[in-house]
Ligand binder design. Structure first.
Ligand SMILES: [Zn+2]
Length: 558
C-alpha cells in the first residue's frame, strides 16, 4: 500500500507525489546509492519525478565514478559524494551519505521555498513481505507506484548506438546474434572466470552465439574462440552494445541493472547470500535469476544450470514470456535448478516452483522424491496428491469456490531449503510453500484457524467465518514455522510484514523494525514486530531494537 500522507525519514520530511501539483516549484533532494546499479535505479525515480514536476529544482547527490551517466541528465544540480570504495581500489568511504543527509537537513530547515527529500535509502518496511526490489519499495514511500515503469532508467545517447554499430562491424559481429557478458564484480559476488569461460564455449557450440565480454581489464583476457574482450569501455559505449546484443549474462552488479533498462533477455547469477535476490535484482520482465546455491548445498550455481536458464530463455517466443506464478501471479523468474536440455525449475519469489519442460517428447526423469505432500481436507472432499500439478491446483481451487467448505486444511512436510534445488520432479510438477497458500487462501476469504506443528508435518487449518469472527481471528497469535525458527505473530501481522519465509533469515526481521523506526510510522505495530524479531532470534541486536521499539511506541502514545 502507498502511504496516505507524507512520511518523515530520520527526521527529514519526504516528498509525496499526491500532495503536490504539477506546478510544484520547490527543492527536491535525491541521494543516490553509491554503486552503479544504485544510480540507474535512482535515475528511475528522478526521471519519473522530473516528468511529473517539471518546475521542481532537483538536487542530486551522486558518485563521480558514474559521471558519464549522471552528467547526461539535464537541468539538475549535481553534488558529488566523497570518493567511494570500489572493486579495484579499497580506498575511500563506505558511507558517503551522512554528510549529504546533514546538508539536506540544514537546508530544508533554513530554505524559504518548500524543500523535501525525494530519494534516499528509505524503503518501506513491508518490502520483504511484498518481495519488492529496493527501487519499488523506495518509490512507494513517496507515493509513486511504478507499474510498467518498474525498471532502472538509463539516459542513452544516439552516439552510443552509432559507436556500437561500428564496433560490431570491426569485430565481424551481427546485431542480435551475440551475447554480452559482464563477469566482474566484488569478490563475494563473482562466479569465477573458469565458469564464464565454459559458458562462452557452450554458447558458441550449442547456440552458435559469439560472446562480447565487458569488464575491467583486471580480469585478464579470455582465450575462447570467437570471443571479443571489450575492456575499459565507457558506460555509454556499454549501453550501446547492450542495445544490439541478443542476450545478456551477468552478476549482481551495476552492468546488469543497466541491461535491465533495455528489452534484452538476461540471466543474472546470484552468489552472495547476505542480501535477498528479490530485493537487489535488476528489474526487468525479461530476466531469469539463477539462485541455485541458495536452495542447494552448492556454494555457487553450476554451469549447466546457467546454461539451462539460457536455453529456456532463448526458447521463449516473444508472445510467451516468462510464466506467471499460479499462486500470486508474479513472474516465476528464479531458477532453482536446470537439467539442460530437459527441464528447468522456476520459482516465484513466494516460494512456489514449477518444473518446466520445453521438449515434452523427451524422456521424463524418474520421480525420486517429493518435496511436500499436501492434503486438502473437507468433509466429503479429499485431495490426496503425492505431487501437485497445475491441474491439481485448479481442481482444488474450483472445489473451494464451488463448495465453499467451512474448513480447509493443508499439510506440509518439513523440508530443508538446501534440497529445493535438487528435487527430481516430472514436468509440470508444482511445489507450493505455506506462504503461497496462506496468501492465496486469504484472497479467497479464508482466515487461519490453527497451525499444528507435528514431528514431520505442519498442518495449516483455514476457516471461512463471519466478518466479525474473521476480524477477531486476525488478532490471535500463532506459532508459525519460519525457516529454522518459529515466529509468533497474528495473521494480519504475518501477512503484512513476515510472509517471506522462502528467503527469510531471523536476522532480517530486525530490518523491518529498523525501517519502521526510521520512517517513524506504524507506532502500534513496531513493538509487535520488535517482539517477534526478538523471539525468533534472541541476540543483542534484536534486544536493542526491542527496547527502541518499546520506547518509540511510548513516545508516540504521549
Ligand atoms: Zn508466487
Amino acid at each position: 500500500m502507498i502511504p496516505e500522507r507524507p512520511l518523515f525519514w530520520k527526521g527529514i520530511p519526504l516528498f509525496h507525489i499526491r500532495f503536490f501539483s504539477r506546478d510544484f516549484f520547490g527543492r527536491l533532494y535525491f541521494v543516490l546509492g553509491q554503486g552503479l546499479g544504485d544510480h540507474v535505479n535512482g535515475f528511475r525515480v528522478l526521471h519519473e519525478i522530473r516528468t511529473r514536476f517539471p518546475k521542481a529544482h532537483c538536487i542530486v547527490y551522486a558518485d563521480q565514478r558514474w559521471e558519464d551517466l549522471v552528467c547526461r541528465i539535464s537541468e539538475i544540480e549535481i553534488r558529488w559524494f566523497p570518493k567511494a570504495k570500489d572493486v579495484l581500489s579499497r580506498e575511500g568511504t563506505n558511507n558517503p551519505y551522512d554528510q549529504a543527509h546533514e546538508e539536506i537537513r540544514t537546508e530544508i530547515r533554513t530554505m524559504k521555498e518548500p524543500s523535501y527529500l525525494a530519494y534516499a535509502h528509505f524503503p518501506m518496511p513491508d518490502r520483504y513481505a511484498r518481495r519488492e526490489t529496493t527501487l519499488e519499495a523506495t518509490a512507494r514511500s513517496i507515493g509513486l507506484s511504478l507499474k510498467e515503469a518498474a525498471r532502472p532508467y538509463l539516459p542513452v545517447k544516439a552516439e552510443d548506438l552509432a559507436w556500437a554499430e561500428g564496433y560490431l562491424k570491426e569485430h565481424a559481429l551481427e546485431a542480435g546474434k551475440f551475447v554480452l557478458i559482464s563477469p566482474y564484480s566484488w569478490e563475494n559476488k563473482r562466479w569465477g572466470k573458469e565458469n564464464f569461460s565454459r559458458l562462452i564455449d557452450a554458447l558458441r557450440d550449442r547456440f552458435h552465439l559469439r560472446t562480447v565480454v565487458v569488464s575491467y581489464p583486471e580480469i585478464g583476457p579470455f582465450g575462447n574462440t570467437g570471443v571479443v574482450c571489450a575492456y575499459d569501455l565507457s558506460l555509454g559505449q556499454i549501453s550501446g552494445l547492450m542495445q544490439l546484443a541478443g542476450l545478456y549474462i551477468g552478476l549482481d552488479s551495476g552492468p546488469s541493472h543497466m541491461a535491465a533498462f533495455f528489452d534484452l533477455p538476461m540471466v543474472v547469477v546470484f552468489i552472495e547470500k547476505r542480501t535477498f535476490p528479490f530485493e537487489v535484482r535488476p528489474l526487468t520482465p525479461l530476466g531469469l535469476y539463477v539462485v541455485e546455491s541458495f536452495f542447494s548445498t552448492l556454494s555457487i550455481p553450476g554451469v549447466e544450470t546457467v546454461l539451462g536458464a539460457v536455453t529456456f530463455l532463448l526458447s521463449l517466443k516473444k508472445k510467451s514470456p516468462i510464466p506467471e506464478c499460479p499462486m500470486c501471479t508474479k513472474l516465476m523468474q528464479y531458477v532453482l535448478s536446470a537439467a539442460d536440455p530437459v527441464s528447468v525449475r522456476l520459482m516465484c519469489s513466494c516460494g512456489s516452483s514449477i518444473e518446466h519442460d520445453r521438449t515434452s517428447s523427451v524422456h521424463v526423469k524418474k520421480k525420486t522424491s517429493c518435496p511436500a505432500t499436501k492434503i486438502v481436507e473437507k468433509t466429503g472432499y479429499n485431495f490426496v496428491e503425492q505431487s501437485w500439478t497445475l491441474e491439481t491446483l485448479r481442481s482444488v481451487e474450483s472445489s473451494i469456490e464451488t463448495n465453499a467448505p467451512e474448513r480447509v486444511d493443508f499439510l506440509f512436510s518439513k523440508t530443508d531449503k538446501r534440497e529445493w534445488g535438487v528435487w527430481d520432479l516430472p514436468p509440470g510438477s508444482l511445489d507450493i510453500r505455506p506462504d503461497s497458500i496462506w496468501e492465496w487462501m486469504w484472497r479467497k476469504g479464508y482466515r487461519i484457524e490453527r497451525i499444528d506443528l507435528g514431528q514431520d508435518m505442519t498442518r495449516f487449518s483455514f476457516a471461512r467465518g463471519k466478518e466479525e469472527d474473521r476480524h477477531h481471528k486476525t488478532l490471535e497469535r500463532f506459532r508459525i514455522p519460519w525457516g529454522n525458527t518459529l515466529l509468533v505473530a497474528a495473521e494480519i501481522q504475518y501477512l503484512r510484514w513476515f510472509s517471506y519465509e522462502t528467503w527469510g533469515t531471523p536476522g532480517s526481521l530486525v530490518g523491518i523494525v529498523k525501517a519502521q523506526a526510521e520512517l517513524s510510522s506504524w507506532p502500534a505495530e513496531i513493538r509487535g514486530c520488535a517482539w517477534a524479531a526478538f523471539l525468533a532470534q534472541k541476540s543483542m541486536r534484536s534486544f536493542r531494537w526491542l527496547i527502541k521499539g518499546f520506547l518509540g511506541g511510548l513516545k508516540r502514545q504521549k
